[in-house]
Design a protein around this ligand. Sequence first.
Ligand code: CTP
Ligand code: CA
Length: 224
Amino acid sequence: ELLKGGQRPLAGRKAIVTSGPTHEPIDPVRYIANRSSGKQGHAIAAALAKLGAEVTLVSGPVTIPDPAGVRVVHVERAEEMRDAVLAALPADVAVMVAAVADWRVASAAGNKIKKKPGEAPPPLQLAENPDILKTIGHHPSRPKLVIGFAAETENVAENGRAKLERKGADYILANDVSPATGIMGGDRNRVKLIGRNGVEDWPDMDKEDVAAKLAARIAEALSR
Ligand code: CTP
Ligand code: CA
């Protein structure tokens, strides 16, 4: 009801959205990554733009097209994603949807690692990646509204609530990504919106509809 008639309640507002996976190189031809299509993050960037926001979408490697009406910064690694997000500050709202790889290879090889017959496989030494949501949630130029996702396979609401606290977010959209749900890579999503004052269970919806509902909530929250 709030958003009828082509209103642009986010006109003049700046938004940052992350989407997709990150790729952490092992060597020039191999990488570590999380599963992520980018569909949900890209849909959120598009939905915010539709409501009038000036959107910077920082996207990891995905196969889907750039959404219309959005400034897209393409990155590969988590550290590049963090740098691009920080460069887009200040903003009114940040929505961190990317499936950031938690670890990178401590020192990626400059040349392709070759198999050596009769030798053990090479060990991978990992280093922890920066937590982009946590960085933004505690940043001196923190956006008024900071929103994250939590992909869980068990204890969805509890784990989501803990992430909200730890990362300094206002909301966490938690979803159950157990293989049986078919959510990973699919066109639909079923999320719980976890806020400081409680949990809302949203029905199973198209990722576009989740995005539109979230964008409307963001507009409402920023108008207060
Ligand atoms: N996130 C991020 N940077 C990271 C890891 C996660 O910005 N290095 C963000 C994601 O974009 C998401 C939220 O943090 O919005 C939660 O990501 P998730 O992987 O569920 O949380 P983690 O803290 O990495 O915990 P774990 O993977 O152990 O469940
Ligand atoms: Ca993680």
